[in-house]
Design a protein around this ligand. Structure first.
Ligand SMILES: [Zn+2]
Length: 86
């Protein structure tokens, strides 16, 4: 069986090995050595937890909206099939 495909970038929570800036705002969002951060694995981009929370919340909202649309379309298709059978 085919592995379910994911549409989301691979990411995980990692620990900063040295002091650096968040990818979203390098100057203001500073990460110290040992700070936890969100890492986008394919790009090796790191974001502070505040940015991570904002992005994840927005993305979950977008995904939820798309899922609702897909489910609504599925419902429409089902009702059309029911009508054609009658
Ligand atoms: Zn940030």
């Amino acid at each position: 069986m085919a592995k379910p495909k994911s549409l989301i970038l691979s990411m995980e929570i990692t620990t900063a090995g040295h002091k650096h800036g968040c990818r979203h705002n390098r100057r203001k969002h500073l990460l110290a050595k040992g700070d936890r951060r969100l890492t986008i694995l394919s790009e090796n981009h790191h974001y502070c937890l505040a940015c991570a929370k904002t992005f994840l919340t927005n993305d979950i909202g977008r995904l939820q909206k798309l899922l609702t649309e897909v489910e609504a379309l599925e419902q429409t298709r089902v009702s059309k099939n029911e009508i054609s059978q009658n």
